[in-house]
Ligand binder design. Structure first.
Ligand SMILES: Cc1ncc(COP(=O)(O)O)c(C=O)c1O
Length: 391
């Protein structure tokens, strides 16, 4: 049972009156509380200056760490604010000392930017990439993962919810293995934070990267990194500045001991406040209720799409997310997106290069991605289906 009021959430999301937004895996619509908070912050910068506003809002800005920690059950000192999931992921990844012959384990549904980073390190440092196959459900095969562990494995790095597939990888089962073998575990939670409950104590990951604009409903250009204090304390980010470290003597510096060592001094503070407000808003609604609502709408969506003769739903996985992908046999994905956009419906297109192994594995060159959030309705899905029937 959804306990929050969907109608009220829609009232706080003005665009839903004039369009159907099924592009939440791209960027979801920000609630009024986020937009107003950011406008207010910028107004203050305009009237009294950027540094002066930062001083005025110091307490509010600091709450970002508490709200985020609450959402994922971490310590506030284990959170860094950054510009995107990619920045969070790269800062974590490049702080891990990997050498020739070390093995990085990943999964079939890995995101392109992450895989490109493995390939780059394979080229520069001769590390080895091992991709664990999927099980029959399309999720990372846990037994194959366990069998692939050798003393050379230095990192297990996987995506939780992929960019172009409705599946949810069993992040906790992966964490049980990495913990048992004392291997670092980096989880790309870009598409899962905000739509699926994340508890880093249960997942047992050492790093978790996330973005603000997708399921968290924050502004663009925001993200965060979780870095487990206990296991990442000794790691040094590839580049440091006067915020992540202190210049203590002419030939020495002292790096910070908390996750802020992954930040830089300058950042977009109105956006940071916006993300903080978005996460607080989500905490008030309750991620379990949000997940329940998203699952309800997405399952109904897949059911209705599955009944259309010319549509093939492409999602794999035992448990599914709010990301619904499908192929329209009559038109290519780009045409479908343009047609829907003309009819005031937002979706996006998944192309093979965004998650090459996964899409090649399933023989897909491109698919339509309709990603739902808790503010979407059954009525919107019905309108979507009747538009597809006419196309
Ligand atoms: C699974 C996954 N990981 C990482 C990213 C990168 O996120 P960002 O664009 O915020 O860097 C995306 C973006 O779509 C994604 O879907």
């Amino acid at each position: 049972m959804t306990v929050f009021n969907v109608a009220e959430e829609r009232n706080q999301t003005p665009a839903v009156k004039s369009l159907i937004h099924f592009n939440n895996a791209g960027a979801s619509l920000m609630p009024n509380v986020v937009v107003e908070g950011m406008k207010n912050y910028i107004d203050s910068e305009v009237s009294q200056g950027g540094y002066e506003t930062a001083r005025d809002f110091a307490k509010e800005l600091d709450l970002f760490y508490d709200h985020t920690a609450k959402l994922i059950n971490s310590g506030s000192n284990e959170i860094a604010f950054v510009e995107s999931a990619t920045v969070a992921w790269q800062r974590a990844f490049h702080s891990i000392p990997l050498e020739k012959g070390d093995v990085i384990i990943t999964c079939v549904s890995e995101y392109a930017s992450n895989y490109i980073a493995y390939l780059q390190l394979a080229k520069l440092k001769a590390v080895e990439i091992v991709t664990i196959p999927n099980d029959d459900n399309g999720e990372i095969d846990i037994q194959a993962l366990e069998s692939a562990i050798t003393p050379r494995v230095k990192l297990v790095s996987i995506g939780h919810i992929p960019t172009g597939n409705g599946l949810i990888n069993p992040a906790e089962k992966v964490g049980a293995i990495t913990q048992k073998h004392k291997i670092l575990y980096l989880l790309d939670a870009c598409q899962s934070v905000g739509q699926y409950p994340i508890n880093v104590e249960k997942i047992k990951c050492d790093f978790l990267s996330a973005t603000g604009r997708k399921y968290l409903r924050g502004p663009r250009g925001t993200g965060f990194l979780y870095a487990r204090q206990e296991t990442t304390l000794g790691l040094e980010p590839l580049s440091l500045d006067l915020h992540s470290a202190e210049w203590t003597d002419l030939d020495s510096y002292q790096m910070r001991s908390d996750a802020k060592k992954y930040e830089t001094w300058e950042s977009n503070l109105s956006a940071k406040l916006g993300l903080s407000l978005a996460i607080h808003h989500l905490n008030l609604l309750g991620i379990e209720h949000v997940q329940e609502r998203i699952t309800f709408v997405a399952n109904y969506f897949r059911e209705r799409l599955g009944a259309l003769a010319h549509i093939q739903v492409m999602d794999t996985g035992n448990i599914k997310s709010g990301i619904v992908t499908f192929i329209n046999e009559k038109n290519d994905a780009e045409e479908v997106m343009k047609y829907l956009f003309k009819n005031k419906v937002n979706v996006s297109v998944v192309v093979a290069s965004s998650s090459l192994l996964d899409l090649q594995d399933r023989n897909i060159t491109e698919a339509v991605r309709a990603s739902v959030h808790y503010y979407n309705t059954i009525d919107e899905v019905d309108k979507f289906i009747s538009l597809l029937e006419k196309f």
